[in-house]
Write a protein that binds this ligand. Structure first.
Ligand SMILES: Cc1cc2nc3c(=O)[nH]c(=O)nc-3n(C[C@H](O)[C@H](O)[C@H](O)COP(=O)(O)OP(=O)(O)OC[C@H]3O[C@@H](n4cnc5c(N)ncnc54)[C@H](O)[C@@H]3O)c2cc1C
Length: 433
């Protein structure tokens, strides 16, 4: 087995293959070091989230598949903690849930509607609830919070510790990991010829080649339109004081966001920093991926301003800033696919939810490869054995994606203005009364 990419997808796949069959010869080929990609740089939300709305999943795959998928993802959050512990990896896993704050009337309306819709979709109170007042304080507070939706299905992790720990665990199981090995081409198998991975230094023949390159996929030949590399950027503060954390909460390491359109996300780290990130970096023409795109000082400054707006009493300095590409599929659905004729396999398209999804996808891949004739709860998932459609040609991709990003920024600006007007009118009403 040859696995291209040493991130969560590649490393979980190696682990799952070797656990099923320790006699397999598994090679992981990574162009930098394991965890160089999004897996070593993300915000550490190990969540049961899926990058499509519940309504879209139900519409596309049906209610039964939706229920099944939701259960598998929720279980996978717990399982990730258990299996990393078993492998002796201290990934700083704490399952404290996740909060999506409403900081304006519009956001309250949207989130309470979402919670009400969840009930219709069969999601129970203990899986997703609206909290405010003392219940909100019991978890955590950001400035201007009127309430939040809360889900227990999320753990805070340290992603770099997890991915480096996984590569050690894989080697222990017998995987051969080749770092600083750039794959330049993957040649599908045909008739009696096995699939082949071409690298700068050597070629690898394999029964199956797993492409696990996510946001970097477009750098491989003929993959330019498979997914879109979207940059997400992050900052981290210095460790913050006990007084600050006593004031704002997050004692159970709840991860947090608010309900704006241009996604933001944060976590309290093991050493009491805030690691905080968001979208907003532009999409680069031709789906290009370059190291210089990992930094965008305008976006870093915006992230710092937003973080200080959420936590006005925070005095700590920003000590780190970084970013990286994640992969956006054309139809928003992740994919897992194995072609038995050519020996080509791939998994990805998780958008911003790949920490847990990559593990689920890897388990499905390993099941498909080692037991092709047996259905498992993972191979039954609706995004398994399907490849989404390709993205449009340029310049349509560039126009469409950047227009979407601008629209989200504009919608947030309008909502902020409307929230200010509604706050001012409430204040005037009180004055008149
Ligand atoms: C800033 C940021 C924050 C995020 N936050 C979260 C979060 O909180 N929760 C969540 O669930 N998801 C989050 N995500 C998404 C999540 O990190 C990814 O979905 C997940 O890590 C993808 O794992 P992967 O192994 O598929 O890809 P990657 O980790 O990107 O690994 C791909 C690997 O392939 C290697 N590679 C690429 N091309 C080649 C080649 N030609 N030859 C050899 N090797 C190659 C790369 O070097 C890389 O190491 C975030 C992403 C980013 C960028």
């Amino acid at each position: 087995m040859a696995i291209v990419g040493g991130g969560f997808t590649g490393l979980w796949t190696a682990r799952e293959l070797l656990r099923r069959d320790p006699t397999l010869r598994v090679a992981v080929l990574e162009k930098e070091v394991c965890g160089f990609g999004a897996s070593g740089r993300n915000a550490g939300w190990a969540s049961g989230l899926f990058p499509m709305s519940n309504a879209s999943v139900i519409r596309r795959y049906g209610r039964e598949s939706f229920d099944h998928q939701r259960r598998v993802l929720q279980d996978a959050v717990v399982d990730l903690g258990a299996s990393t512990r078993n492998d002796g990896i201290d990934a700083r896993y704490v399952r404290g849930g996740t909060m999506n704050f409403a900081r304006s009337d519009i956001q309250v309306a949207r989130l309470t509607e979402e919670v009400a819709a969840a009930r219709e979709e069969g999601i129970a109170d203990h899986d997703l609830e609206w909290i405010d007042g003392a219940d909100l304080d019991a978890h955590g507070r950001v400035a201007g919070a009127l309430g939040a939706s809360f889900s227990p299905h999320c753990a805070r992790i340290d992603p770099a510790r997890l991915v480096r720990g996984l590569s050690d665990a894989d080697e222990h199981l017998g995987a051969m990991i080749f770092e600083y090995t750039t794959v330049t081409r993957i040649v599908p198998g045909r008739n009696d010829r096995r699939a082949e991975v071409i690298t700068v230094g050597a070629n690898v023949h394999a029964d199956f080649v797993v492409r696990a390159t996510e946001g970097f996929t477009t750098t491989l030949p003929r993959e330019r339109r498979t997914v879109v590399p979207l940059y997400s950027l992050m900052i981290a503060t210095e460790p913050l004081s006990k007084k600050f954390w006593d004031d704002v909460g997050f004692a159970h390491y709840e991860t947090f966001a608010d309900d704006r359109h241009l996604i933001i996300y944060g976590q309290r780290t093991h050493d009491d920093r805030i690691a905080f990130g968001g979208r907003g970096a532009p999409y680069h023409f031709g789906s290009s991926v370059e190291a210089r795109f990992d930094e965008n000082h305008k976006v870093f400054a915006k992230l710092e301003a937003t973080l200080r707006e959420l936590f006005p009493t925070m005095e700590g300095a920003i000590t780190h800033a970084w970013g990286g590409p994640l992969a956006l599929p054309r139809d928003h659905s992740p994919f897992v696919a194995v072609d038995y004729d050519s020996g080509m396999a791939s998994a990805g398209g998780y958008t911003g939810d790949g920490v847990v999804l990559s593990r689920v996808a890897a388990t499905a891949l390993a099941d498909l490869i080692t037991s092709p004739d047996t259905e498992s709860e993972f191979t039954r998932l609706p995004f398994v054995q399907r490849l989404g459609r390709k993205w449009e040609f340029e310049p349509f991709r560039w126009i469409g994606i950047n227009a979407g990003l601008s629209l989200a920024t504009w919608a947030d600006r309008v909502e902020t203005r409307r929230a200010r007007v509604s706050r001012a009118s409430r204040w005037l009403d009180r004055l008149v009364d």
